[in-house]
Design a protein around this ligand. Structure first.
Ligand SMILES: Cc1cc2nc3c(=O)[nH]c(=O)nc-3n(C[C@H](O)[C@H](O)[C@H](O)COP(=O)(O)OP(=O)(O)OC[C@H]3O[C@@H](n4cnc5c(N)ncnc54)[C@H](O)[C@@H]3O)c2cc1C
Length: 472
């Protein structure tokens, strides 16, 4: 039995109690002092490396998840759920609680005829792309292949195929979910459709998903994709061009601008390494010649530093920037949805780019619209689908002494966009917690609270952008 039950303080778990859990489940249980415990504490964001959960439970299947949830509840342990471990805000780790680690459950099974994939909750997008591309199929995944399918999809899922095929959550057609009271339920359009609605953007608030089912689409394996890097002196011109071009671009194309510093990669001339640049990133799910024609206007707008845009395997594009964002880097993101992208904002973003305190300070401007905007408002928990652009300030650093400067910079970028913002943001792009209420519209939020009351009335699943069951 646990001897302390105060929330936030680790209960002292007796050896016999932990042994009971070890015997009950098929996966592994790690506690402080065990071999592998320190590594099991680490998530992608190195800023949270010091967190020390009482237990890390490596689940092998839904039965282990049910047992772990029951154990945590009986022993008053806060639960952290870990899929791919990429939570920017550190939700998939905790001090003194119980981490439900799903990373061993990463099987991906594809039915090419039905164009469906069954995906384990520990899979990362590289796993899904590998299995689906064997059949020249794909679904919307992340810009970095090591990001987990689970947290990504449950928050929404902004990726390179979204304007053609919708967000990741729009392609989620079914899920198995372990609820707070230890039941395993299925959510689909036919069964518990309210729960499916909530899983499409409401995050990990309603239970632990132990299997995802996605719709797949024909793609590739070679697509027109990549990046063109331009000198930062063209920031303003290229942002204006992007603003004019983006709303009328075909759905086949999804693009983003990245105001960054040139990475030290062999494909970029050495004299540019570390210098300020603006990159246009593009993926086309359509014909090569049409994509080439669409980007011609950018090519002729300025002399590039490096032009890496052309036919390439889709899986290569999906892992193109992986080396720049390794596990263990300290990171902070802050984002906002834009109502407009006016000249004043462009000027401010240029100034923020110049003021960036380190080489891994990036301002991403995502082109939205297309299929994302054609899903009706209210059809999924992911809301505000009409926004034309999303700005995301992304920053990473190694030295803990740089934390203040980097987080302050990302906040300043979003502050600079305040006038042009809708006031809402995408939950998965936030490094701060307690942002749920301000991320969803009032109507969606009220529905999310009602769903939370139904599936998790005592807020067992609260390490997330939390939707409180007791909120108005
Ligand atoms: C390098 C990097 C690149 C990124 N790129 C993109 C991008 O291109 N597009 C985009 O939209 N987002 C992107 N993100 C943000 C990403 O979507 C979120 O960080 C997301 O939460 C990651 O999912 P995960 O499973 O890896 O995270 P985890 O840290 O494992 O989980 C995050 C949270 O999701 C919930 N959760 C996880 N698994 C489950 C489950 N099985 N059941 C219920 N709840 C669960 C829990 O609340 C958990 O705390 C990126 C993040 C990083 C670090």
């Amino acid at each position: 039995m646990a001897t302390t039950t105060t929330e936030g303080i680790a209960p002292v778990l007796g050896d016999a109690t932990v042994q009971e859990l070890r015997e009950a489940i098929h996966g592994g249980v790690l506690r402080p002092g065990d071999d592998g415990y320190a590594e099991a504490c680490r998530i992608w964001n190195g800023a949270y490396d010091a967190r020390r959960p009482a237990l890390v439970v490596g689940c092998s299947g839904a039965a282990d998840v049910i047992a772990a949830v029951g154990f945590a509840r009986s022993n008053d342990l806060t639960i952290a759920v870990r899929g791919g471990g990429h939570s920017i805000a550190g939700f998939s780790s905790c001090d003194g609680g119980l981490v439900i680690d799903l990373s061993a459950m990463r099987e991906v099974r594809v039915d090419p005829a039905a164009r469906r994939a069954q995906v384990g909750p520990g899979a990362v997008w590289g796993d899904v792309d590998y299995e689906t591309q064997a059949h020249a199929l794909a679904t919307t995944g992340g810009l970095v292949s090591t990001t987990g399918v689970a947290g990504f999809t449950l928050g929404g899922g902004i990726g390179w195929l979204m304007r053609k095929h919708g967000l990741a959550c729009d392609n989620l057609v079914g899920a198995d979910v372990v609820t707070a009271d230890g039941r395993l339920v299925h959510a689909s359009e036919r069964e518990n459709s309210d729960l499916l609605w909530g899983l499409r953007g409401g995050g990990g608030n309603f239970g632990i998903v132990t299997r995802f089912e996605f719709e797949l689409h024909p793609l590739g394996p070679v697509v027109y994709a990549g990046a063109i890097f331009f000198p930062a002196e063209h920031d303003a011109d290229l942002m204006q061009l992007f603003r004019e071009w983006a709303p009328g671009a075909p759905d086949d194309i999804t693009a983003a601008l990245n105001l960054t510093s040139a990475p030290p990669l062999p494909v970029i001339p050495e004299e540019w390494h570390g210098k300020k640049v603006i990159a246009l990133l593009v993926v086309s799910a359509g014909a090569m010649d049409e994509a080439e024609a669409q980007v011609r206007r950018f090519r002729s707008a300025a002399e590039p530093v490096a032009d890496l845009l052309g036919p390439m395997p889709y899986t290569a594009m999906q892992s193109l920037i992986d080396p720049l964002w390794p596990k263990g880097i300290r990171a902070y993101f802050k984002s906002t949805n834009l109502a407009r992208f006016d000249d004043e904002l462009i000027e401010r973003l240029c100034a923020q780019h110049r003021a960036a305190p380190g080489p891994q300070c990036e301002i991403h401007v995502h082109q939205m619209g297309g299929s994302v905007a054609r899903v009706g408002e209210g059809e999924t928990a992911f809301s505000e689908r009409s926004m034309p652009f999303v700005v995301n300030a992304v920053t990473g650093w190694q030295d803990p002494g740089d934390t203040e400067a980097h987080t302050a910079w990302a906040r300043a970028v979003v502050d600079a966009a305040a006038d042009a913002s809708t006031g809402r943001s995408y939950v998965n792009f936030l490094g701060d917690s307690q942002a749920a209420r301000s991320s969803y519209g009032a109507e969606t939020y009220a529905r999310l609270v009602a769903l939370k009351r139904e599936y998790d009335p005592t807020n067992v699943f609260r390490l997330n952008q939390n939707i409180g069951p007791d909120e108005d």
